[in-house]
Design a binder for this molecule. Structure first.
Ligand code: SF4
Length: 292
């Protein structure tokens, strides 16, 4: 595996609890990186020759602002390009947004702001507008992340809604259902040769949210990358061979008449397989165990 991006889930906590969230983010979620663990993870990232980008996301990374600032400083100091993903809840006015972003100017290579009808009651929130203007004034490259509503064709600059995590539980039933056999490939992640990976505060390395390939507190990241072989992984092997439909088939799982998309079937299969493959389908946070 030639990783170019490591995405820290700095915290599973979020000030919002959006229906479409892959990682079940909420104010009640548990699990946040300590600085000590971030330092160790960055040290390991430095041992992966191909690594270029470090992202900090969540949950909502700005909930732990002083820690986030130090993480960004550390990653930049190691020569990585650094990105942040946020819902910009903190940008309550332009002056305030400037105050939040000024310490990050010169350190960030990308600030991605989530704004859509899942996060706010308007597609482009005031907060996203203030964050965008402040970022532009400070010379911070900015991108917007916007997800289309259920059953709506994505507009320009909008991403397709994917039904994994809380989205599978809360939204999939509202979408048009298609036969399970039709989901014979993973449409969104390159599982054969992933270019990026998510790292959670417990040390789990997620090729897709909730599908772990190992833990950096048990062995270094470079070793997990070198040993990566999706065909030897009980979940990824099936997904690579024939998508979520093969996962259902291989483990003779009961299936429903239809699913909203490939991720919906994949997620439901994984929920059914968690006890059997507890080492790979974790942690509880990714499967909504702390939902209130
Ligand atoms: S099909 Fe499964 S592995 Fe692929 S993106 Fe969807 S949830 Fe992830």
């Amino acid at each position: 595996m030639k990783l170019t991006g490591l995405h820290f889930l700095l915290s599973y906590q979020c000030n919002f609890q959006c229906d479409h969230c892959f990682v079940w983010g909420s104010p009640w979620q548990q699990g946040t990186f300590t600085l000590k663990d971030v330092r160790e993870a960055l040290r390991q990232a430095g041992g992966v020759e191909t690594m270029k980008w470090i992202y900090f996301e969540g949950g909502e990374a700005f909930l732990y602002y002083p820690i986030l600032q130090e993480c960004v400083r550390l990653a930049k100091g190691m020569g990585f390009q650094v990105g942040l993903v946020t819902n910009a809840y903190w940008a309550t006015a332009l002056e305030d947004a400037r105050q939040w972003l000024a310490p990050l100017a010169g350190l960030l290579d990308d600030l991605s702001v989530s704004s859509d009808l899942f996060h706010y009651d308007e597609k482009l929130s005031c907060q996203a507008g203030f964050a965008s203007q402040a970022a532009s004034e400070l010379g911070i490259p900015l991108g917007m992340i916007s997800v289309a509503p259920v059953e709506a064709a994505p507009a320009e600059n909008e991403g397709e809604l994917m039904y994994r995590g809380r989205a599978a539980a809360k939204l999939a039933g509202k979408a048009r259902q298609r036969p399970w056999e039709s989901f014979d490939a993973c449409p969104y992640e390159d599982l054969r040769e992933p270019g990026r990976i998510h790292l959670d505060p417990l040390g789990n390395l997620h090729v897709c949210q909730g599908i772990s390939i190992g833990n950096i507190f048990n062995a270094p990241l470079a070793e997990w990358c070198a040993a990566y072989d999706p065909h030897r992984h009980p979940i990824l092997g099936a997904l690579v061979e024939g998508g979520p439909a093969e996962l259902a088939r291989r483990y003779t799982l009961p299936v429903e008449s239809g699913y909203a998309d490939a991720c919906h079937l994949c997620y439901q299969c994984r929920v059914a397989l968690r006890d059997r493959f507890a080492e790979w389908l974790l942690p509880d946070q990714m499967y909504g165990a702390f939902e209130t």
